[in-house]
Design a protein around this ligand. Sequence first.
Ligand code: ADP
Ligand code: 5GP
Length: 180
Amino acid sequence: MGKLFVVSGPAGTGKGTVVKELIKRGVAELSISATTRAPRGKERNGVEYHFLQKEEFERLISDDGFLEYAEYCGNYYGSPKRQIDEWIADGRNVILEIEVEGYQKVKAKRPDCVGIFIMPPSLDELEKRLRGRNTETEEQIQKRLKRAGEEILLSKLYDHVVVNDTVKKCADEIEKIFNI
Ligand code: ADP
Ligand code: 5GP
């Protein structure tokens, strides 16, 4: 059996960047979430997310298609169950890159999952990265920064907290956790 890892952290911390590095190293599979938010920048359907209409998302909820789902900054986000279970049964490690509410639901259902919280080096650096990404409007940035403070308080619920100082150092540290 493979293991289930949940990676969370405030928007702009660098989760996506670090997770991409871990996938490149071949240490796990990445679960592609479904969301009702609009694609950002160069995002493609079925690659970064399955982009769904609200009605389609709600149909999947009633069909029990999600391991968990949550609302974040006005949109639905959820982890489709089937692919995750297939990978785990096949002996592969799986990463869910999800927010804190989703993590708590997964931890309740699958207590053996490993929670990893990626922390920014500082709040100033977080804001700099979020702005530097250039993908959100000012209003969305403000919402995400407000939410960041709330999320950092919940980092205590995770099995591991890792600071994303440099991508390599952070990925190395997470890879070590995978091998525990
Ligand atoms: P998240 O997935 O947590 O929202 P991203 O992976 O999109 O964050 O990263 C946000 C921005 O910060 C991106 O522009 C990314 O290139 C940059 N970034 C990620 N990790 C680091 C790091 N360790 N040092 C400096 N910049 C980083
Ligand atoms: P973004 O809009 O920046 O891509 O993602 C916003 C937040 O939603 C991030 O914290 C991200 O980790 C989280 N997220 C992405 N997919 C899922 C999911 O399937 N479930 C939950 N609960 N959160 C998710």
